[in-house]
Design a protein around this ligand. Sequence first.
Ligand code: DQA
Length: 149
Amino acid sequence: MRGRRVAVLHGVNLDHLGRRPPEHYPAITLTELEVRVGRFAHELGLEARFDQTNHEGEYCEALHDAGETADALLLNPGAWTHYSVAIRDALEIAALPAVEVHLSAVDEREEWRRCSVIADLCIGRVQGKGVEGYREALEMLAQALEGSS
Ligand code: DQA
């Protein structure tokens, strides 16, 4: 189990964490978030690998690559979550256990944020728990990987 690789893929606008509405998002940068998630992963015996892009095709390519190089996926595609069929298809191709995470409480915001086009391909979904939500997501992945090893 030790050292199983989790690709943590952040999507559009998450590079501007720290400048987003404070009522929804924590006041930390993406780099700070990644450091914390890296520590959570280490505590669970997982190796987190990080990527962020503002380009949908690059996010699809990151999913294609992860399908070959990772054991599991932790995904926060940002706004793409709500409509990107291309990312959904790429996730299907990656064929890895995946958890969808949102820092904010998407189910309590605008109606359209409740829609996720990737949720049914994921083993779990965490929303509205800020940075701690990533720990929960990693725990779900650790459990899934344990069951598969
Ligand atoms: C988000 C929620 C999305 O609705 C939004 O477009 C984001 C971030 C979150 O982490 O809460 O950019 O995925």
